[in-house]
Design a protein around this ligand. Structure first.
Ligand code: F6R
Length: 242
């Protein structure tokens, strides 16, 4: 894995955002795997700035988000769909018909998983996947488990994840389930970028990079992929041996 420790979130956002812009300039119909949460926001800001400056257009790009809450209307302000509209799509020229999400309100999670797998396959696979990491080492909503997961599925969120994300829910209780891409389906991306900032991620970053490859730390599965770039700030990198 290529691990870079950059000075702050802004520098990381610039580096990661520029990788997305460079890919889309070279391949306008690129397939982008996107994430929600705090970690990708500076990257999205950079992509918005590059778009506003006329340096890139996302009009042909196709997107697939990693995950979505269950039992939450898509229009609710805390859905990942709404988050992406706010933080990226509405401020750029991504076309609604090129934007893909798992349906967290599906009545048939297995059919929904298969639909997503086939849609990604039909688009030619994900060219570049952006990831954050949970404090417990999760990627997407793949929580620590006994086995690595495969395709998209409905998962129960852990207490750690509910505690971390509950602060965003001020009107209704946070959902306890989500649909997420599985670890194998994430690893099928041709190239991945993982961003971690802040001291709350230091243990998970150490386990991902220096611990054993185990489903107890789902992010450690990235060590099986040959093209992963990790961007850390000094606080997230603080526990690494080198
Ligand atoms: C979000 C996702 C999660 C987050 C992770 C880190 O789509 O898949 O795995 O990347 O929970 O979240 P932040 O960046 O808010 O610390």
């Amino acid at each position: 894995m290529n691990v870079h420790v950059l000075e702050n979130e802004e520098a990381i956002g610039q580096a990661a955002g520029d990788l997305f812009c460079a890919l889309v300039r070279q391949k306008p119909a690129a397939v982008l795997g996107l994430a929600t949460g705090i970690s990708p926001v500076p990257s999205y800001r950079r992509m918005i700035a590059q778009y506003a400056a006329g340096k890139v257009s996302f009009a042909q790009a196709i997107t697939f988000n990693l995950d979505e809450y269950c039992d939450l209307p898509r229009e609710h302000k805390n859905s990942f769909f709404s988050f992406m509209q706010r933080e990226l799509f509405s401020q750029t020229d991504f076309l609604p018909e090129h934007i893909n999400f798992l349906d967290g309100n599906t009545a048939d999670e297995f059919a929904e998983s298969e639909r997503y797998r086939l849609a990604i396959e039909a688009a030619g696979g994900i060219d570049l996947q952006l990831l954050g990491i949970g404090r417990n080492g999760h990627i997407g909503f793949n929580e620590p488990a006994e086995n690595f997961t495969v395709e998209a599925y409905k998962t129960a969120l852990t207490a750690s994840t509910i505690a971390a994300n509950s602060l965003y829910f001020d009107d209704i209780p946070m959902p306890h389930y989500a649909m997420t891409m599985g670890v194998d389906s994430i690893l099928r991306a041709k190239r991945l970028i993982l961003i971690a900032t802040g001291s709350s991620k230091a243990d998970a970053v150490k386990a991902m990079l220096e611990g054993e490859v185990t489903p107890r730390c789902p992010a450690s599965a990235l060590r099986r992929h040959t093209d992963v770039t990790v961007y850390l700030d000094p606080a997230a990198a603080a526990l690494l041996r080198k």
